[in-house]
Ligand binder design. Sequence first.
Ligand code: MLT
Length: 259
Amino acid sequence: MFNYKNTKISYSDSGKGNVVLLLHGFLEDATMWKNIIQHLEKRYRVIAVDLLGHGKSECNGYIHTMEDQADMLFALISDLRLRKVSLVGHSMGGYVALAFAELYPDHIRSMILLNSSAQPDTKERKINRDRAIEVVKKNSKAFVRMAVQNLFDADAHKLVSDQIETLTQQALKTPVQGIIAALEGMKVRIDREALLHFSPYPKLMIASENDTIIPLEDAKNQTEGTDVALEIIPGGHVSTIEQEAKVLSIISAFLRKNG
Ligand code: MLT
């Protein structure tokens, strides 16, 4: 546990070597990386953090902006006396990685955005966030169940139903304040596409063909004309569940060169 502004932050820290910092997405927690950590920790020091208001980490406000999360991560790596990290962020974790990259560029060795985006919410998406917040206030459990179901298509529901149930049970533990603070934070996040064009460290985007949250086209458009490598894989938004082996092999290959 790490104490950040009187807020408990939970994280795991294993392995030796250059540091890889794993950032989960909305309603997820550090347990999503369990199998991936088992492989990466053979070569790297792997830190997986529960972001503010998720997993075993407490809330420290009614809105957790991507910058708040990045500041918390900087405090953590400073406490651990780490200078440079390779960031791997899934979805909201990628938004946080980009905020960290903007605020603390000297501390980045490389960055992987997994089913994520450097673009802000569209007007329509912001309206949907407000609607979601109202649903959460009325019945957070129903919201969480629905939100997790919507991350997967019919095929995935057949193929990985056990893992979807595990994710649902984990997501149901997210406190109402944490859910709302994340939705508010994602809603106000800013455009960070410039980082994809002008940052000096190696970057990779992994995008899924049938991602219903971050459309493949967005990943293609954002990486075009940049030096960001793009890897396209089958499946939907939660590629760490649907395509774990593939994701692991792509991350490992990238980190071997850039980690
Ligand atoms: C996530 O998976 O982190 C979120 O669904 C991303 C988002 O809602 O923009």
